[in-house]
Design a protein around this ligand. Structure first.
Ligand SMILES: [Zn+2]
Ligand SMILES: [Zn+2]
Length: 300
């Protein structure tokens, strides 16, 4: 079950993810649309876009649609991608460029005016930039993205600490704790009773899953599943992140914090006591550095 490549939350559970055909940054907003903004309306306003996107967003990458009746889809369609590595990429998001890179590969969070995933309550929706029309353009605030990226990262760090019989840093609990109760008292309580911290963290991840309306789903048929398959799916990218968080935390005796970049990652074996440990990317850089050092000392 564990990925040897150090991916967080890797498992059979998350579904594929839909990636909008157009994603861009404008000021402090991420703007996106399922099809490219210049896509011509082949129905001239006669067809509801929501009906079309349900069909269009199911077209897998690499399928040649050039002989389809709706030839425009060939250039402007949304597509779907594997969510592999999504959580690893998400916890590293720290600015607009990072958000854009993530969204182009793994899709958007789909936030509403409340800064929550629009699935949080019936009737809440995405934020359209323009009035309803063919292929609407939506906007999401960066600050909401950074908020969730920081929370996901803090949850993993706290989980790693709890698995090692520590209580998690005050800074991480500060990121996670909102609302009632004083942070200092809470952190003190968690030090004395680690089981309370575990329950608190589990509650936060359950909240994430509930916001994204994650539910079990059976899929059978279609391009990639000839056998019936069970998975968990919810509000797109946000839902998959929740499922990956859950999977990562349940295995987080293997989650460690990289001494190079400071981000959480998964490793198969415990690092040796007193030795620095690195995520795959930093590990490779460090190994190269040591090889060069050795080579130079041999030259002298
Ligand atoms: Zn809302
Ligand atoms: Zn690293």
């Amino acid at each position: 079950m564990l990925s040897g490549r150090g991916l967080l939350g890797e498992g059979p559970l998350p579904d594929r993810v839909h990636v909008p055909g157009h994603v861009a940054i404008e000021g402090d907003q991420l703007v996106w649309s399922w099809l490219h903004p210049d896509a011509p309306d082949p129905f001239q306003g006669r067809v509801d876009f929501q009906v079309v996107v349900a069909v269009a967003s199911e077209i897998p990458l690499g399928v040649d649609t050039s002989d389809w009746t709706y030839e425009f889809i060939h250039h402007t369609r949304p597509h779907y991608n594997s969510p592999r590595g999504m959580l690893d990429a998400f916890v590293r998001v720290s600015d607009g460029r990072g958000i854009l890179r993530f969204a182009r590969r793994y899709g958007v969070l789909g936030t509403c005016t409340h800064g929550l995933p629009a699935s949080h309550q019936p009737g809440c929706g995405l934020m359209p930039l323009t009035p309803r029309q063919w292929n609407p353009v939506y906007q999401e605030q960066w600050s909401h993205w950074l908020h969730y990226a920081q929370r996901a990262s803090a949850m993993l760090r706290v989980a790693a600490a709890l698995h090692q019989e520590k209580s998690g840093s005050r800074e991480d609990w500060g990121t996670l704790h909102v609302g009632r109760g004083e942070l200092s008292k809470l952190v003190l309580l968690f030090c004395q009773r680690p089981s309370l911290a575990q329950t608190y963290l589990a509650g936060l991840i359950n909240d994430w899953l509930a916001l994204a309306n994650v539910q079990p789903r059976l899929s059978w048929g279609g391009p990639e599943s000839t056998k019936p398959r069970f998975n968990l799916a919810g509000w797109g990218t946000f839902g998959i992140l929740g499922v990956q968080l859950m999977a990562a935390v349940t295995r987080s005796q293997h989650v460690y914090i990289c001494d190079g970049c400071g981000f959480p990652y998964i490793r198969e074996r415990k690092p040796q006591a007193g030795r620095r440990n690195y995520c795959p990317a930093c590990g490779e850089r460090e190994a190269n550095r040591q090889r060069q050092r050795k080579w130079r000392s041999q030259q002298q």
